[in-house]
Design a protein around this ligand. Structure first.
Ligand SMILES: CC(C)(COP(=O)(O)OP(=O)(O)OC[C@H]1O[C@@H](n2cnc3c(N)ncnc32)[C@H](O)[C@@H]1OP(=O)(O)O)[C@@H](O)C(=O)NCCC(=O)NCCS
Length: 147
């Protein structure tokens, strides 16, 4: 059964801890990366979104940054294992696309891990090019969607 999904921006320090923890657990820990490696220097300038269930457990997270007046970029998309495939990722993308439109963005780009390319295609993104290899093993693809 599909869970109830509530998308919102983390507000309190406690919510930000839960938010970054999902990022770390899904995108860094499996590759033995250190805590802290899930953040970068522009977090304060970005839009952050988290998907919660009805008990306020964080099921997924995502970040939107603004590269130029017209181009936004999705980063750090992560859904916890037991919630994957239940619509959480799609709901986060929908939310961030509205945020980008509100800001006047005309296009969203992203760097997709190879395993997630099919997901982004389902969300309307197309491959621009094969881009870089992260940590010597995770192939990335530059993808985009016109808003
Ligand atoms: C990739 C990821 C973000 C997708 O989120 P999700 O919540 O599992 O996906 P959803 O349930 O919203 O799926 C939306 C649609 O995409 C499809 N889909 C989901 N993951 C897919 C995948 N890896 N390949 C192909 N299709 C996929 C779903 O079947 C669904 O299709 P439907 O609309 O026809 O039912 C999530 O699985 C994840 O966090 N994976 C591990 C971390 C990762 O790779 N993050 C991306 C970094 S770039």
């Amino acid at each position: 059964m599909k869970p109830l999904i509530f998308i919102r921006e983390p507000q309190t320090p406690k919510e930000f801890v839960a938010y970054y923890l999902v990022r770390y657990e899904v995108l860094r820990k499996p590759w033995n990366k250190t805590e802290g490696s899930e953040k970068d220097e522009i977090e304060n300038d970005c839009v952050h979104a988290m998907a919660c269930d009805e008990n306020n457990n964080v099921m997924g997270v995502c970040r939107l940054q603004f590269n130029t007046e017209t181009e936004a970029q999705l980063r750090y998309m992560a859904v916890v294992k037991n919630a994957q495939g239940t619509g959480v990722g799609k709901a986060l993308i929908d939310f961030m696309e509205w945020k980008a439109i509100e800001k006047g963005s005309e296009k969203i780009i992203l760097q997709s891990r190879e395993n997630a390319v099919g997901f982004y295609k389902k969300c309307g993104y197309t491959i621009v090019e094969k881009s870089f290899l992260m940590w010597g093993e995770i192939q990335h693809y530059l993808m985009e969607k016109k808003l």
